[in-house]
Design a protein around this ligand. Structure first.
Ligand SMILES: Nc1ncnc2c1ncn2[C@@H]1O[C@H](COP(=O)(O)OP(=O)(O)OP(=O)(O)O)[C@@H](O)[C@H]1O
Length: 237
């Protein structure tokens, strides 16, 4: 794999997994600065495992939007978004903000809520939101982190296609580089620069989105009868 100054992460034949369990053996891939990558593959293929490895490598330069949202249901939308930058403030400021929201962060969170269609909900506990609203709070919290890169584990899974596009555009406006796991194949082809496709423990697609068609992506997913498609490696030597 050609490495350059623009390579942010380079995995060269490493095994990724959990404890003793290897999920993605001998993985080779590179993430380049300024590239938007769609990460596809059937359930259990290792998308979250790969995103976890990227997070470890990228550290504080990456904003993170987890699959289970990681929100605190009892707390208001404002507090959940504010948590994105908890580590930047003193314990006292965080405690104070819980009781009486600080003016600066309140304004910043309000701007994000406006952009994400959450205006009017800032004081509402997350427990009282719809699935799509919760998803947008999770994205807002990741945007509030103000990092150079965005890593998202199915951040647009519970919104309609129109909203998914709007949310991805907001993510793009604030991050030049992103890796986003998703299941919407059309979106992967229309919105992203590159596609990584995982199947059977291997990266079987690593190619520019413009060189792929829906049939290539279909091959990632098992047929209804449980057979996997006939995908050959695309974009891999
Ligand atoms: N903490 C863990 N300990 C052990 N095995 C795990 C752990 N997390 C995931 N796995 C296993 O690793 C494999 C890949 O899981 P992973 O969550 O990365 O897949 P995924 O592609 O993100 O799936 P989904 O689309 O369902 O979220 C699965 O077989 C899963 O059972």
């Amino acid at each position: 794999m050609g490495e350059s100054r623009d390579t942010l992460v380079s995995l060269n034949g490493i095994d990724l997994g959990h404890g003793e369990r290897v999920v993605l053996p001998g993985l080779h891939l590179g993430l380049r600065r300024g590239e938007r990558v769609a990460l596809l593959g059937p359930s259990g293929a290792g998308k979250s495992t790969l995103l976890g490895a990227l997070r470890r490598q990228l550290g504080d330069s990456a904003a993170w939007c987890p699959q289970q949202h990681g929100l605190v249901p009892q707390l208001a939308v404002h507090h959940n978004i504010y948590m994105g930058r908890l580590a930047e403030h003193s314990a006292l400021a965080n405690l104070w903000n819980l009781v009486r929201p600080l003016a600066g962060p309140w304004r910043e969170v309000a701007e994000l809520c406006d952009a994400l269609g959450l205006d009017g909900l800032m004081r509402r506990p997350v427990a009282q939101l719809s699935g799509g609203q919760r998803q947008r709070v999770a994205i807002a919290r990741a945007l509030y982190q103000q990092r150079a890169l965005f890593l998202g584990d199915e951040p647009v899974a519970s919104v309609d296609p129109h909203q998914a596009l709007r949310l991805l555009a907001l993510i793009d406006q604030r991050h030049a580089t992103s890796v986003i796991a998703l299941h919407q194949r059309e979106l992967a082809l229309s919105h992203f620069d590159r596609v990584w496709g995982l199947r059977d423990g291997r990266l079987v697609i690593d190619a520019p989105a413009r060189e792929l068609g829906l049939a290539d992506l279909d091959d990632l997913y098992p047929d209804a009868d449980g057979q996997t498609g006939a995908a050959t490696s695309r974009g891999r030597p």
